[in-house]
Design a protein. Structure first.
Length: 297
């Protein structure tokens, strides 16, 4: 500051001039500096923001982005449809209606020979059992030819005994029987495994190069996804026959006309005894052929 009277320089805190005694001029307030706002930081789009640093604690570790984008489960491909149960019933009825006497005669011959061998070889089951199973294989071949509309003959019952195939056929049938026996004592699983192994005879007949153990594995692969329908075809038929017999048995008690239902009951019972096993076999054969068709096997 400078004294306005004598122009003497004054100290900063002086109130009077030390030379002339004039009061020191009032200090002008410091000039306010304009406040310059800080530049705003550019905003980062959400997708470009850096992920927070992972903490040392396992509970705070962020999941990898690739894991979040993956689905929670993987869909299992469904098996091709093989049609309804009634389609197999109609197919079996058509085959049975085309050759009723021939097929029934061959099924009766198969049952009689099998019963005879079982009774004679009861003391030596290791010999009689493979023979009976080879007869079962031959009867399965008859059912296959019947489904395909081919001619069926009695000598086909013994096609499993051909010299070049007898060991493989017997091994495959006995291998199937052994596994059925192993699972026979486990409830529920014995039914599941029965249907899993049920296609072994058909596979041995249609694939001449396959081994006995591979035939069992192939049967398990082919029946995968279809065991429920195979079981349903059997149980629906059994329940249907049982209901029909029960209803007819009740109608027999009706006075005066009950004898008519008695005759119907006898006819149905006779038909079940004569053709029941044969019809079940034809249904199973139709299912096997449909599984082969949809799987291009």
């Amino acid at each position: 500051m400078i004294c306005p009277n004598c122009s003497t320089p004054l100290p900063e805190d002086a109130k009077f001039c030390p030379v002339c005694g004039s009061p020191a001029p009032a200090q002008a307030p410091a000039e306010e500096q304009p406040v310059i706002p800080a530049p705003e930081k550019p905003s980062v789009p959400p997708e470009e923001k850096p992920a927070p640093a992972a903490s040392a604690g396992w509970y705070e570790t962020a999941a990898p982005e690739s894991a979040a984008s993956e689905p929670f489960y993987t869909a299992v491909p469904s098996k091709p449809s093989i049609g309804s149960i009634f389609d197999f019933y109609r197919k079996a009825l058509a085959v049975l209606a085309a050759k009723p006497i021939r097929l029934w005669g061959l099924s009766l011959l198969y049952a009689l020979i099998g019963a005879l061998i079982s009774s004679l070889g009861a003391a030596v089951p290791l010999i009689s059992l493979p023979i009976v199973m080879l007869l079962q294989l031959g009867f399965t071949g008859i059912l296959l030819d019947g489904i395909h509309g081919k001619e069926v003959r009695s000598e086909q019952l013994f096609q499993g005994f051909r010299k070049e195939e007898v060991l493989r056929n017997a091994g495959g049938m006995c291998w199937q029987g052994l596994w059925n026996l192993i699972w026979a004592f486990v409830p529920v699983m014995n039914v599941i495994k029965y249907y899993s192994y049920s296609l072994v005879p058909y596979i041995l007949l249609t694939d001449k190069e396959i081994s006995p153990t591979e035939a069992l594995r192939k049967s398990m692969r082919m029946t995968d996804g279809y065991k429920g329908k195979m079981f349903g075809a059997d149980i629906l038929l059994v329940v249907g026959i049982w209901v029909i017999m029960l209803v007819l048995g009740l109608f027999i008690r009706i006075p005066y006309i009950g004898w008519i239902f008695g005759i119907v009951f006898f006819v149905v019972y006779l038909a079940v005894c004569l053709f029941g096993t044969l019809f079940f076999g034809l249904v199973h054969t139709a299912i096997f052929e449909k599984i082969r068709e949809v799987n291009n096997d």
